[in-house]
Ligand binder design. Structure first.
Ligand code: CP
Ligand code: NVA
Length: 316
């Protein structure tokens, strides 16, 4: 769409942002996953993103998010601009609001990875095109779409199943809490007390009827679970706080190793959003073992994000 046409688009429906799972109805998320499954099966017809341009902005490093979005957009016939905030005026003080207003004149959607959730909220408030959350310090909803897809591909409907998290109550854990509320699975999180997810988020999930249980005992969390998940001990947004050593000490008892996995259901699958720090939060034996689906999970980012993009652009 031309810049002139865009600038006179007053009166349009608000853009379909994909910021947090909690913002979206279960049926909408399910629609995205249905598209994702069709995308994986090669059942999406034509080039639905032909003529669309999408900006991917990274304030933090990325392998999976960057490549899966870029390749996925191209496969759907769209054009993509990949930007590092270091090379943008955003990185030297231009506001997210002004960035949003400018980019909305050029592109049809914006994906942002940031270590400050306030930036993506501001971007979304001022953008007239959809904004997609590609990870913040407190959430990673695209990851959860791939994770739910991966669970269901291996073990059938996730509703009513028990998923266990062991480790840091970080951004991915917090999106798991939102996913438990939206997809109806039981979530047991084992974290050190110091690294528990925010109490308000747990309270929100419970108020939604979600079964979210919090413990400091990884064995109790994992017992009979159909899926065991972990993530790195020091997230990108924690790298500058100088607490890496204390995090390692606190989190060592939460390592996902064979001894812990034995307490899960015999057919439990193991997930990790990657990148993994082998020998820290997960052992080689578990990561490369028969229960691990971590590389299917990584692949499913590609398919799940097609569902997100097509929904956000009003094409699904
Ligand atoms: N899981 C994930 O988001 O990976 P990247 O940091 O490589 O994008
Ligand atoms: N919790 C990790 C996830 C990386 C995809 C981080 O934020 O660094």
């Amino acid at each position: 769409m031309s810049a002139m046409l865009k600038s006179v688009r007053g009166g349009d429906a608000p853009p379909r942002h994909f910021l947090e799972l909690m913002d979206l109805e279960p049926a909408v998320l399910r629609r995205m996953l249905d598209v994702a499954v069709r995308a994986k099966r090669g059942e999406l017809a034509g080039k639905p993103l032909a003529g669309k341009s999408i900006a991917l902005i990274f304030e933090k490093p990325s392998t999976r998010t960057r490549v899966s979005f870029e390749v996925g957009i191209r496969q759907l016939g769209g054009d993509v601009v990949v930007l590092s905030s270091k090379d943008m005026q955003l990185g030297r003080g231009e506001t997210p609001a002004d960035t949003a207003k400018v980019l909305s004149r050029y592109v049809d959607a914006i994906m942002l990875r940031t270590d400050n959730v306030r930036k993506i909220r501001e971007l979304a408030e001022y953008a007239t095109v959809p904004v997609i959350n590609g990870l913040t310090d407190v959430s990673h909803p695209c990851q959860l779409m791939a994770d739910v897809m991966t669970f269901e591909e291996h073990r059938g409907p996730i509703a009513g199943q028990v998923v266990a998290w062991t480790g840091d109550g970080n951004n991915v854990a917090q999106s798991f809490i939102q996913a438990a509320a939206r997809f109806g699975f039981t979530l047991r999180l084992a974290t050190p007390p110091e690294l528990a997810p925010p109490a308000e988020l747990i309270a929100w999930a419970r108020a939604q009827g979600a079964k979210v249980e919090l413990t400091n005992d990884p064995i109790a969390a994992v017992r009979d679970a159909r899926c065991v998940v972990t993530d790195s001990w020091v997230s990108m947004s924690d790298e500058r706080d100088g607490r890496a050593e204390s995090r390692h000490n606190l989190l060592a008892p939460y390592q996902l190793n064979s001894a812990l996995l034995k307490h899960a259901a015999p057919d439990a699958i193991v997930m990790h959003c990657l990148p993994a720090h082998r020998g820290e939060e997960i052992t080689d034996e578990v990561m490369d073992g028969p229960q691990s689906v971590v590389f299917d999970e990584a692949e499913n980012r590609l398919h799940a994000q097609k569902g997100v993009l097509l929904w956000a652009l009003g094409l699904a």
